[in-house]
Design a protein around this ligand. Sequence first.
Ligand SMILES: C[S@@+](CC[C@H](N)C(=O)[O-])C[C@H]1O[C@@H](n2cnc3c(N)ncnc32)[C@H](O)[C@@H]1O
Length: 186
Amino acid sequence: MPAVHPAERYGRVYVLRIGHRPQRDKRITTHVGLVARAFGANGFILGDVCDDHVMESLRGVLERWGGSMELRCGVSSRRYVAEWKRGGGEVIHLTMYGLHVDDVIGEIRASPRPKLIVVGAEKVPPFFYEAADYNVAIGNQPHSEVAALAVFLDRLYGGEELRIEFPGARVKIIPSPRGKRVVSLE
Ligand SMILES: C[S@@+](CC[C@H](N)C(=O)[O-])C[C@H]1O[C@@H](n2cnc3c(N)ncnc32)[C@H](O)[C@@H]1O
């Protein structure tokens, strides 16, 4: 049976990637976008810059593997956060300096408000700490925006996101104990 998209239960979820440096961060920002899609976010926003390499990679994955995640780039991150809040949504900034995820995830899951998850690259300006409704730490040790986003979305959706069936997929993997089985859906 196709899985119900968990966003139907927990509200709309977008990911805002800030601080992307096109010379250095192409691969890691692409991975942030891939995790956003695969772990059930409804939108991926690359703030302040556009990077064709990143956006084309993500569009290619959506075309082949399905899903209807909204993709945008080049919008002002600060304005996006402010407008999200004005529209009634809440902002969750992932940072190692924040409150431990275990101490806030219950409250976040209980809220039906649309959620904007902000992940940084290098130093995150104080604006985002102040504008956030929650500054959430996936443990209080430094690691990676990719890991932080994956763990946060998995906690938010309680693991349901790993069974999402993506609409419009052209191919699908048949899980197998050995080797690769991929079938065409066209
Ligand atoms: C490589 S880290 C750089 C962190 C940077 N030194 C700072 O002052 O925020 C890039 C991003 O990974 C995420 N991140 C890294 N460790 C994290 C943790 N323990 N909990 C939550 N997010 C984390 C944050 O979104 C952070 O902005």
